[in-house]
Design a protein around this ligand. Structure first.
Ligand SMILES: Cc1ncc(COP(=O)(O)O)c(C=O)c1O
Length: 450
């Protein structure tokens, strides 16, 4: 499959976004689509290739958001396309909940091998991130017969009722109560904005102390089935906890026989420069949830990989007709081969280090950048009105995203005033540097205006 000619020549805007064709589609969309989606940018895609997407008006955009952290192998990777074509030509559907097929078992074997920990494990396949979390939630209830969960403030785990009940953000939970009861939210150690005040170096200890203090007052420890955490909080704006936090949390879990669930839906599969983000802290979770990048955007899939001892539920307890469907499994297997053969995890770490260094320099020079942070190709720029008060610069953040888009670059919002940068793992260094040049230009333009 040869590269389409529009990819050559880099990002370019031929019609201000949204252009005339995009506008027409936005009008049709508004008439028939659910208003509940959170479309922040009016981009109407037509074609994609590598790290680029072309919109319906011919604008070519460099996507440093990987289509919402899904396209680790870029748009329409020829090997994934071929893997899907081969699978579809051979067999498209055969309910994996009721029958068997090899590609599903092969993917499960692969996932068991690459997830942290040497214990024997099982895999449950669903169709999305929320379904992977939903499965983990149900599974820990089944296994422990305990009714409570611990989750973290700022955490996002999906929008189905179970996953939503573990999510702590009114933007998503408002008006949906009553949610699944028994979930307690604990403060998440954000070193830039310590949730319990005080020195950032103490924030991990303070958060663990807070959980310990809650035991016996508001949370009976023997009623808790599990804790769930995003290793790095994604939707909240890539909050990276201090190094000592997860080892202490794991210790707490072991003390009370709580299951440790890592929601690696945004952070997993190489994104952070390790296969799974939890490896940065040397902590082995009992359950890992993945989705997003697993099939590289070729088909919906989510998976929960759990310790075999924990996954002791019986037939019928949980399943889904399309979970782990053939197309998604074939794409995921090919994607994991690419990840390994092209050493993309190592590359993510290397490119991420270079980018972080550059963003740190940018922070020193910029009056609007309060913090930059990242691991691998998961990077965040937090914008503030004043570096001392750290008041979130929401309007200015939105302006930077817009200015970037005006120059043909997609970056993504997060938290209150964060910009998330998470390019496909296959991005070439030169392409990434070009993207960062454009980002810098957009930031400087906003600084000039403010
Ligand atoms: C950490 C995390 N968990 C769960 C989800 C939900 O995934 P999905 O949208 O596929 O249901 C997301 C989606 O953004 C996520 O980032």
């Amino acid at each position: 499959m040869s590269k389409p000619s529009w990819v050559r020549g880099g990002p370019r805007i031929v019609k201000p976004i949204p252009g005339p064709r995009a506008k027409k589609l936005l009008e049709r969309d508004e008439r028939v689509m659910s208003p509940s989606y959170t479309r922040a940018e009016p981009i109407v895609a037509d074609e994609g290739q590598g790290c680029y997407v072309k919109d319906v008006d011919g604008n070519v955009l460099l996507d440093l958001s990987s289509g919402m952290f899904v396209l680790n192998y870029g748009y329409s990777h020829p090997r994934l396309v071929r893997a899907v074509e081969r699978q579809v030509a051979k067999l498209t559907h055969f309910a994996g909940t009721d029958f068997y097929y090899e590609v599903q078992v092969e993917l499960a074997e692969r996932l068991v091998k690459i997830t942290p920990g040497k214990s024997s494990k099982h895999v449950y396949f669903g169709n999305s991130g929320a379904e992977a979390v939903e499965a983990a939630f149900k599974c820990v209830r089944w296994h422990t017969r305990r009714p409570r969960m611990i989750a973290f403030t700022g955490g996002f785990h999906g929008r189905t009722f179970g996953a939503l009940s573990l999510t702590s953000n009114l933007k998503y939970t408002k008006f949906f109560a009553p949610l699944v009861p028994g979930v307690s939210f604990m403060p998440f150690p954000d070193p830039y904005r310590p949730p319990l005040g005080g020195d950032p170096s103490e924030c991990a200890h303070k958060c663990i102390e807070y959980i310990r203090d809650s035991l016996g007052t508001s949370i009976p420890p023997k009623e808790v089935a599990a804790i769930i955490t995003e290793p790095i909080q994604g939707t909240a704006g890539y909050i990276i906890p201090p190094p000592e936090f997860y080892p202490m949390l794991k210790e707490l879990c072991e003390e009370h026989d709580w299951i440790f669930i890592a929601d690696e839906i945004q952070t997993g599969l190489g994104r952070t420069g390790k296969m799974f983000a939890m490896e940065h802290w040397g902590v082995v979770p009992d359950i890992v949830c993945v989705a997003k990048a697993l099939a590289g955007g070729m088909a919906p899939i989510g998976a929960m990989i759990g310790n075999a001892e924990v996954m002791d539920w019986e037939p019928g307890a949980h399943a889904s007709t399309f979970g782990g469907n053939l197309t998604a499994c074939a794409a995921a297997l090919e994607g994991l081969k690419i990840l390994e053969e092209q050493k993309l995890v190592k590359r993510a770490a290397k490119l991420g280090d270079l980018a972080l260094k550059r963003l740190q320099e940018l922070k020193e020079e910029s009056k609007l950048v309060g913090d930059v942070r990242g691991k691998g190709l998961l990077l965040a720029v937090e914008m503030v009105k004043d570096k001392n008060t750290k008041e979130p610069a929401v309007k200015e953040r939105n302006m930077v995203v817009q200015e970037a888009l005006n120059r043909g670059l997609i970056v993504f919002r997060g938290g209150k005033s964060v910009i998330r940068i998470a390019p496909p793992l296959i991005i070439r260094q030169r392409e990434f540097e070009l993207g960062l040049d454009i980002f810098e230009e957009a930031l400087r333009e906003v600084e000039r205006k403010c």
